[in-house]
Write a protein that binds this ligand. Structure first.
Ligand SMILES: Cc1cc2nc3c(=O)[nH]c(=O)nc-3n(C[C@H](O)[C@H](O)[C@H](O)COP(=O)(O)OP(=O)(O)OC[C@H]3O[C@@H](n4cnc5c(N)ncnc54)[C@H](O)[C@@H]3O)c2cc1C
Length: 226
C-alpha cells in the first residue's frame, strides 16, 4: 500500500526511527514485520519489524540500522516522501505463557520491544525479563524506554539488563543470567540478534534444559524463496 513518511529521528549511531503513515488500517500482532519498497520500485523489498502500530492515525514506527544499499537509500528519504508498505507478516509473536525472557542483540531489540509494549499496555504477564546487548552505548536504540520500565519494575514487573560488550566493564550475557532466575524452565524465550549470537544462545538454552517449543527466534536474514 502507498504510504508516507511522517517523521524521522536519529535515535542511536546509524539507527533512525521512521514513522510511516499507511493509507489503510492493518491487523498487526506485536512482533510482526512489514516489507518496504521504494516508490520507483527499483530495488527489491526488505523486511522491517514494526515497533509500534497506532491504529488511530494508521502509523507504524520502525527502527532501521544503516547497513548496505537499501538502507542507504532509505536514509536519504525525507518527511512526506512515499514508500510502499506490505504486510504485516510473521509468526514471531507471543504465545500463552505469561513468564517471558527476551534476549536481544543490537537492532534485534525491535520486535521484542514491540511485544514489550503490547504486554505493558494491556496484554498482561506475570514476569518479563529483558537482556539486551550492544557493542557500544551509542549503538543502543530504545535504551531510555527500557530503562524507564526497569526503574518502575515494582509496578510493572519488567526487569531489564543492558550489556555493552566493548565498553566500560565489557560485560556479556551469560547463561547464568537466566539460570539464576527461579523457575527459569517455565519461561518462554524470545531471541533476536545476529545469527551467531542466536545460534549459540539457542544451543545453550537447550543444554540447560529449556524445551525447544519454549524457544522462539527471529532471523533478520531473509531466506530466498525456493
Ligand atoms: C523479519 C525481519 C525483520 C527485520 N527487522 C529489521 C529491523 O527492525 N531493523 C533493521 O535495521 N533491520 C531489520 N531487518 C534487516 C533488513 O531487512 C535488511 O536486511 C537490513 O536493513 C540490511 O539491508 P541493506 O540492503 O541496507 O544491507 P545489505 O546490502 O543487505 O548489507 C547488510 C550488511 O551485510 C553486509 N553483507 C551483505 N551481503 C553480505 C554477504 N553475502 N556476506 C557477508 N556480509 C554481507 C553488508 O556489507 C552490510 O554491512 C529485518 C530482517 C528480517 C528478515
Amino acid at each position: 500500500m502507498n504510504s508516507k513518511i511522517v517523521s524521522i529521528r536519529e535515535v542511536a549511531k546509524d539507527i533512525r526511527e521512521f514513522k510511516i503513515q499507511l493509507d489503510q488500517p492493518i491487523r498487526f500482532i506485536a512482533g510482526q514485520y512489514v516489507m518496504l519498497m521504494f516508490e520507483d520500485k527499483s530495488k527489491f523489498r526488505k523486511a522491517y519489524s514494526v515497533s509500534t502500530y497506532n491504529a488511530m492515525d494508521k502509523t507504524i514506527t520502525l527502527y532501521i540500522k544503516l547497513a548496505g544499499e537499501f538502507t542507504h537509500k532509505l536514509f536519504s528519504l525525507k518527511i512526506l516522501d512515499n514508500l510502499f508498505v506490505y504486510g504485516p507478516y510473521g509468526k514471531f509473536i507471543l504465545r500463552q505463557n505469561r513468564k517471558l525472557m527476551f534476549i536481544a542483540g543490537g537492532i534485534g531489540i525491535v520486535p521484542l520491544y514491540s511485544m514489550i509494549n503490547s504486554l505493558v499496555n494491556g496484554q498482561g504477564f506475570n514476569d518479563l525479563r529483558v537482556y539486551y546487548a550492544c557493542r557500544y552505548e551509542n549503538e543502543m536504540a530504545l535504551r531510555s524506554e527500557l530503562e524507564f520500565l526497569n526503574k518502575n519494575n515494582n509496578i510493572n514487573n519488567v526487569h531489564v539488563k543492558l550489556y555493552f560488550t566493548r565498553e566500560g566493564s565489557k560485560e556479556r550475557f551469560k547463561i547464568e543470567d537466566v539460570t539464576s532466575v527461579k523457575g527459569f524452565l517455565d519461561y518462554d524465550y524470545f531471541v533476536c540478534g545476529p545469527e551467531v549470537m542466536m545460534n549459540e544462545l539457542v544451543s545453550e538454552l537447550k543444554i540447560i534444559g529449556v524445551p525447544e517449543e519454549q524457544i522462539y527466534k527471529e532471523s533478520f536474514i531473509m531466506k530466498p524463496r525456493s
